[in-house]
Design a binder for this molecule. Sequence first.
Ligand code: ATP
Length: 229
Amino acid sequence: MAAEAGSGGGANTPLGVLGGTFDPIHLGHLRLAEEAREALALAGVRLIPAGQPPHRGTPHSTAEDRLAMARLATAANPALTVDDGEVRSAQKSYTVLTLQRLRAELGAQRPLVLILGADAFAGLPAWHRWEALFELAHIAVANRPGYAPHGRRWPATLSPALDAACRGRHSADPADLRTAPAGRIVPFDMTPLAISASLIRDLVKNGHSVRYLLPDPVLDYIAAHRLYR
Ligand code: ATP
């Protein structure tokens, strides 16, 4: 198995891409990456913290803090790497631009797999140039409590535009991800974890423990930097 998520595993081994605000990174994100890697036989997963997320308000912690927490959370797992491209960019963090950057870096043939929770997937039509995403990467969709239950993976309702864009792209077989660089949609099941960054921020703000919802080094970072108070 690849040691570096960006280059290992052979030219045809799909590489996972997990973007997010990671404000803060938590075990839901980490299990999503790890279970996608295993279920879809990915070379690894690149976690890409957003610099300026376009679809939501200003994050509660700085891009540098969110990047540092993502690095701490993944330090012990060589299959998960952190990409600082969006944080370092002066542009808004549009996924389409990030995938274009990865394409330029990794070549036109490398299968890329954009990993999304069911909530993010259902919201796709609000993303900048979202239909171009299908030309740049495969999309893997995981269940998320409150949005799509385990065994269903798929959001209960999809906008007609998204439904139409998905037609003919479904695949139940992860092996299909190796046969093209982009364009398939593969649902997969992960351990249902009702953890969200907003839940963690609320708990910290109200003086409650968040231990065991995120890795201990991230917990220590939040305490040391007095984040989310
Ligand atoms: P917030 O609560 O601040 O909205 P979040 O916990 O949803 O944050 P994001 O950084 O917005 O975290 O999510 C990045 C990606 O991870 C999205 O695709 C989202 O669907 C997915 N994700 C986050 N938490 C989970 C979870 N518990 N289960 C499955 N997917 C998740």
